[in-house]
Design a protein. Structure first.
Length: 154
């Protein structure tokens, strides 16, 4: 009768030191952590470095898992998300910007222009504000004033 040997699985639970691992980010956790699943299906936590925007990654993962590379960092003694490879499904995330803040400040040395279709608002360094559009609506619940060194209507 033959002896029965149990085979021990040779499974690494984390990337080997100095080796990159292909896989997908499938969840973004609290802080700077994400859950990563390698090509064989093993899952582990990776740190999200500063060059990868956590908000973008969280939004992208909500659409579809994000292909990525993870590495082991000896300096941090941890697994780190090295780079991501957005899919076509994630391109829409780059087309929209959503800001949620009490104050938003944009600064430019020459001008700032906001353009949508054929409408534009331009603010330049000389202090001029140009508003251009097919119809421009201005409403006030109280008195609306138009002041200037000279005011020309039509």
């Amino acid at each position: 009768m033959r002896a029965v040997h149990k085979l021990r699985p040779v499974v690494e639970l984390e990337p080997s030191r100095g080796r990159d691992v292909k896989g997908n980010v499938f969840r973004v956790g609290p802080g700077r952590a994400a859950e990563f699943r390698d090509e064989s299906g093993r899952a582990f936590e990776v740190a999200i470095p500063g060059h990868i925007k956590r908000r973008w990654l969280a939004s992208a993962v909500a659409v579809a898992p994000v292909p990525a590379l993870a590495i082991y960092s000896e300096a941090m003694d941890a697994e780190v998300l090295w780079c991501v490879f957005p899919l076509p499904e994630h391109e829409a995330l780059d087309e929209h910007v959503k800001l949620d803040a009490k104050t938003i400040e944009l600064a430019a040395s020459e001008s700032i222009q906001n353009r949508t279709g054929r409408s534009t608002i331009t603010v330049n360094a000389a202090g001029e504000i140009h508003i251009r559009g097919r119809n421009i609506h201005s409403r006030a619940s109280n008195l609306q004033r138009i002041r200037g060194g000279g005011v020309r209507i039509n």
